[in-house]
Design a protein around this ligand. Sequence first.
Ligand SMILES: N[C@@H](CCC(=O)N[C@@H](CS)C(=O)NCC(=O)O)C(=O)O
Length: 239
Amino acid sequence: MTNKKDIHLYTASTMNGWKPVIFLEEAGVEYELTYIDFSKKEQKSNWYLKLNPNGRIPTIVDRGNNNFVVFESGAILWYLAEKYGKFLPANADDKSRALQWLMFQMAGVGPMMGQAMYFQRIAAKQGEVHPFAIKRYVDESRRLFEVLNTHLEGRKYLVGDNYTIADMATYPWARAYYWAKVSVEGLPNLQEWFDRIDDREATQRALEIPKPFWEFFGKGDIEAFEAANAERFKSDVRK
Ligand SMILES: N[C@@H](CCC(=O)N[C@@H](CS)C(=O)NCC(=O)O)C(=O)O
């Protein structure tokens, strides 16, 4: 039995930050949201570090479960899927398949694309230009896209016909290929999967919560957004 607004979500508008928002919007669950402002370093504040020792977003607190705290976006999706009985197949094999692709995103697509973005969109803007690192992360991201493209042949979603937490985790990252400067040319199954999820009203609504950052997806004033984004993470470039 769950209460209204059990879930208190702490997040910001980023690829990891959108994952639980996508789940909650798709599931039609009411939740409370606290926006974590990176420009004020709220993610490193003492009160937040007590919830998330990694000092990153997202985090959830489940008031319906003794204020149980979950950090790490993949673990959050898994927790929510179990709590609400949605977006994770009941069948054991399909459940394992969904978790395999969730792990593939958490350990592969996210970290590789994150570094491709970081070296091109943040470090380079601070004068740290490292072509070898950029090539490594862009190439590895593209290789992972090719794995997804091959897997999606004949499949609507990553685990057959049903949208699962594996899609919710992978979509905000892979769909931001523009921001990571990774090509999706010649990957028709991946592009059709993007189109399918682009048509999901709840997922698209989630990408505007807490704020829309369509620049990640190639729309809007890219230069201004890139400069502001690089500024937010300036102190992360260690000399
Ligand atoms: N593995 C973590 C990564 C979380 C993460 O890197 N979050 C980023 C936003 S996408 C963040 O909080 N960045 C702020 C910072 O590094 O200070 C997860 O999936 O939850």
